[in-house]
Write a protein that binds this ligand. Structure first.
Ligand code: PMP
Length: 410
């Protein structure tokens, strides 16, 4: 049973930074890890550590069972049909690059279109830029509404019979916008295109059902959902994965190796060349157990409540602009903002002096910054362990930053 005081599961939060109790508001960059995840990794190294899929000995079997057990947890978590469709990767960036380099290279040709949006993280932009250049294909952007949402009219305008791939963020890491993936998938499929979902800011926050969304690929990272760094997932429909070429050649991913020709292992192993991140996968499995015990519906409800509270409190500060849709139910748990006359890096530095961690910069979304007509923003992002009291501290810190710069600029 999970206690109501969720914060108490996160040892790192119980410390002072610059003489103030830590308020961690940078979960969109990476989340903190609960004791259950830390213990699962420790347990693995203390009791099971061995290589997977090849040992006849007991430790090898234990490690394999735990690693494959984690894969089954991931499958169930996103409701994939089979564990053959779950590939462990290094994270979202790795997963998206795999789709572009394998599926993309084989299926996109000269004159074809790849459709993305202005709100994409660089990880869901540069792999497609590179592919478009290599294949002489066209990279097309879906226009956004002024509040940073997508309208289906614009989606339908952008996707044509020339479109081969549509790749879209489940939720924006800057605007918080949650995109209508199921509707966009239907449009993509009607034109014979596939839809790739960058789930980095979606899967950790709300229930994700790949069969209901009918997405062809879904990428996400363990470290943004209470899991360790260095582990992530690429979900792909079996019909696509079966026809795709592997990218990492070597051990683990082969079936029969001859002197000049070799054949590949079955799914998903054909895409997992080399010794995998076993402890990472086990840690991710423990993170999924933890999130499921809290309940994904409770998590998004909690984030909506925090976003509503934060938008209300921040809007009341003179000179603060908030980006993205203002309706908290249309977004995930983050608020991106700027204060008139104060650079976001200065905002983040003053907040850090008060023990409050926020992110400042372009958030790996430079085309979006251009669209927003600014060079950088500050971002406060929330997760299961944040409370309204954290937002009160943020508001206090922002008032301090404003006063400080008002005096400096006088
Ligand atoms: N996409 C989005 C929307 C993200 O927010 C991030 C991480 N900030 C990524 C992709 C990349 O994730 P990772 O660094 O874990 O590969």
């Amino acid at each position: 049973m999970i206690k109501t005081d969720i914060r108490s599961y996160f040892p790192i939060l119980d410390q002072e930074i610059n003489g103030h109790p830590l308020v961690y508001l940078d979960s969109a960059a990476t989340t903190q890890k609960p004791i259950q995840v830390i213990e699962a990794i420790k347990h693995y190294y203390e009791n099971e550590n061995s290589n997977v899929h090849r040992g006849v000995h007991t430790l090898g079997n234990r490690a394999t069972d735990s690693y494959e057990g984690a894969r089954e947890k991931v499958r169930k978590f996103i409701n994939a049909k089979s564990t053959e469709e779950i590939i462990f990767t290094r994270g979202t960036t790795d997963s998206l690059n795999m789709v572009a380099a394998s599926f993309g290279r084989a299926n996109v040709g000269e004159g074809d279109e790849i459709v993305i949006t202005y709100m994409e993280h660089h990880s869901n932009l540069i792999p497609w830029q590179q592919l478009a250049k290599e294949k002489n294909a066209t990279l097309k952007y879906i226009d956004m509404n002024p509040d940073g949402t997508l309208s289906m009219d614009k989606v339908k305008e952008a996707i044509t019979d020339q479109t081969k791939i549509v790749s879209i963020a489940f939720a924006s890491n800057v605007l918080g916008t949650v995109n209508p993936i199921k509707e966009i998938a239907a449009v993509a499929h009607a034109h014979g295109a596939v839809i790739v979902v960058d789930g980095a800011q979606g899967v950790p926050h709300f229930k994700t059902d790949v069969q209901d969304l009918d997405c062809d690929f879904l990428a996400f990272s363990g470290h943004k959902m209470c899991g360790p760094t260095g582990i992530g997932v690429l979900y792909g429909k079996k019909e696509h994965l079966e026809n795709m070429e592997p990218l990492d050649f070597g051990g683990e991913m082969i079936s029969i190796v001859g002197l000049y020709e070799s054949t590949w292992a079955d799914l998903p192993y054909k895409f997992e060349g080399g010794t995998p991140n076993i402890a990472g996968a086990i840690g991710l499995g423990a993170a999924i157990d933890f999130l499921e015990e809290i309940g994904m519906d409770n998590i998004i409800e909690h984030e909506h409540n925090l976003s509503r509270y934060a938008i209300e409190k921040l809007s009341a500060i003179d000179g603060v602009s908030i980006y993205g849709p203002h309706d908290p139910t249309k977004r995930s748990g983050l608020v991106t903002f700027n204060i008139d006359g104060v650079h976001p890096h200065d905002v983040a530095t003053i907040l850090d002096m008060e023990g409050i961690a926020v992110r400042a910069g372009h958030h790996c979304a430079q085309p979006l910054m251009k669209w927003l007509e600014c060079t950088a923003t500050a971002r406060a992002s929330f997760y299961v362990y944040n409370t309204e009291a954290d937002i009160d501290r943020l508001v206090e810190g922002l008032r301090t930053a404003k006063e400080y710069f008002a005096n400096v600029n006088e």
